[in-house]
Write a protein that binds this ligand. Structure first.
Ligand code: NDP
Length: 481
């Protein structure tokens, strides 16, 4: 079967596919390296056109009844579910992630977001604040044009997670996917249009960082939502500050997964596998520092090695494949450098290793210490670092000794301890006896360098709207002179 995935044009502006006028952008299938699409970046004038089209279309969209806006999003969710197989395949070609993942995680989670925020739109109301005669009422207003900028690991999910609350609240969006994975956002634009979205409300521009920077600086843009690395987040946050734009920053992490002696061992091993190797380890919230209490450390490492020895690597389009390539040769090289660094630092490699080509196998370092580079820095690949610990207060202090704070996990059968840990850990999300589950119903986002703002849940509404107060004077005006 052909792997060609050429879209009708590179960009989507004002309801129509438009060819980019910037530099060429070849899209590769990470498994084979084959070029599956030839795109062009947006020229600076096209970024401006997309933002102007969004600004022009947005007031009429915001003026619709919220239930009408919601209906479009819910219809888009239904279309995504009808085309689930075609979309999963496209996501696999774009990212290299196994089809057994993209069938259940990527577009399905995007559809959930469209459905959730479509349903939520009509429930968003203001407050009435009594003042003993006079009163104030509040209106939750759209911000205007929102810029969305995505990472390459969950391209379609990220586009949906940003578009759904933005559009539900009456905003328009201009979205720039990662240059590595540009195809899913174009599909989303097409699907939203089929679902009845007016032209100009969801636009897609392609390009590298400079195109993202142009988008953030466009005078029409009122809000920027970025999913990416901390370094990019710092640049984008600073650029957004120039225009006092609202921001949501979903950035990286080095999250702890803490396994106590009393944990259900097989569940804890399973969670550590999911927390490090799903999507070939390219997940922001991964629990890459696995703290294991010393009483079960040997048993844990034994079961982990045994279970990893059965991993099936191969063509991600093969249903049996469990572990695919990473997104690009450059990313594979960065991960290999991190593995070499772990070995040079004296951590014990017990599984995996550098691999070859685009593949890096599930890799585990034991006997690591907190000061090692591999235990401090985000690798964004399938590399787990296992560290021993003795007691609860020690592990809390060590887990929190990081500038990041995206997520944390705790495995224990002691309920009180689980809740104590959740309270003590500095993280936007803490899972107890679970890991990496991010249902649309729950807020998701980071603390410390891992970001600001929340995606998903009703909390996201606040990040795509602003409050207006309307004061009603019910009596006369008493002026002093
Ligand atoms: P990057 O930070 O490199 O890029 C993120 C996006 O920003 C890309 O679309 C990129 O374009 C764009 N960009 C780069 N420079 C600028 C700029 N100056 N102004 C505006 N936009 C810019 O991240 P990756 O794509 O490499 O993704 C990996 C990172 O994302 C990891 O650190 C990971 O932890 C984080 N991440 C966080 C998530 C979360 O929810 N917290 C979820 C997923 C990933 P281009 O790539 O085309 O250069």
């Amino acid at each position: 079967m052909s792997h060609a995935a050429q879209p009708s044009a590179s960009l989507f502006i004002n309801g129509l596919p438009v060819e980019g006028q910037g530099a060429a952008l070849a899209v590769h299938y990470p498994y084979s390296g084959a070029v599956i699409a030839h795109l062009r970046e947006a020229a600076a004038t096209q970024v401006a056109d997309a933002c102007a089209a969004a600004a022009c279309a947005q007031p009429a969209w915001a003026a619709l009844r919220p239930v009408e806006r919601g209906r479009v999003l819910i219809r888009a969710a239904a279309i995504i579910r009808e085309r689930a197989e075609e979309l999963a395949r496209l996501e696999t070609l774009d990212t290299g992630k196994p089809i057994q993942e993209t069938r259940v995680a990527d577009w399905p989670s995007g559809a959930d977001a469209l459905e959730y925020f479509g349903g939520l739109a009509p429930t968003v109301t203001g407050q009435t604040i009594p003042l003993g005669g006079d009163f104030v009422y509040t209106i939750r207003e759209a911000l205007g044009v929102c810029a969305g900028i995505g990472a390459w690991n969950y391209p379609s999910q990220i586009a949906c997670w940003k578009a759904a609350p933005a559009l539900a609240m009456g905003n328009a969006m201009v979205f720039k996917p990662s240059e590595e994975t540009p195809l899913g956002a174009l599909k989303l634009a097409q699907i939203l249009t089929e679902a009845g979205l007016p032209p100009g409300i969801f636009n897609v521009v392609q390009g590298r960082g400079a195109v993202g920077a142009a988008l953030v600086a466009d005078p029409h843009v009122a809000k920027v939502s970025l999913t990416g690395s901390v370094a990019t987040g710092q640049k984008v946050y600073a650029a957004a500050a120039q225009g006092m734009r609202h921001v949501t920053m979903e950035l990286g992490g080095k999250s702890p997964l803490i396994i106590f002696d009393d944990a259900a061992l097989e569940d804890a091993v399973g969670a550590a596998i999911l927390a490090n190797f799903y999507s070939s380890g390219q997940i922001c919230s991964n629990g890459t520092r696995v703290y294991v209490q010393r009483g079960i450390l040997t048993a844990f490492l034994g079961r982990l090695s045994a279970r990893l020895s059965g991993v099936r690597m191969g063509d991600p389009l093969d249903e049996a494949t469990q572990h695919g390539p990473v997104v690009s040769p450059a990313q594979a090289e960065r991960i290999r450098a991190a593995i070499a660094r772990g070995q040079a630092e004296g951590a014990r490699l017990i599984c995996g290793g550098p691999g070859e080509g685009a593949f890096v196998p599930p890799t585990v370092f034991a006997d690591a210490t907190d000061g090692m580079w591999i235990a401090r820095e985000e690798i964004f690949g399938p590399v787990m670092t296992v560290l021993g610990f003795d007691d609860e207060s020690e592990v809390v202090a060590r887990a929190n000794a990081t500038p990041y704070g995206l997520a944390a996990g705790v495995f224990t059968r002691d309920l009180a301890r689980g809740h104590r840990m959740a309270a003590a850990l500095q993280a936007g999300t803490t899972w107890i006896n679970a890991y990496n589950l991010t249902p649309v119903e729950a807020p998701f986002g980071g603390v410390k360098l891992s970001g600001i703002g929340r995606e998903n849940s009703a909390a996201a509404i606040e990040h795509y709207s602003r409050l207006k107060s309307v004061y009603i004077g019910m009596g006369g005006v008493d002026a002093p002179y």
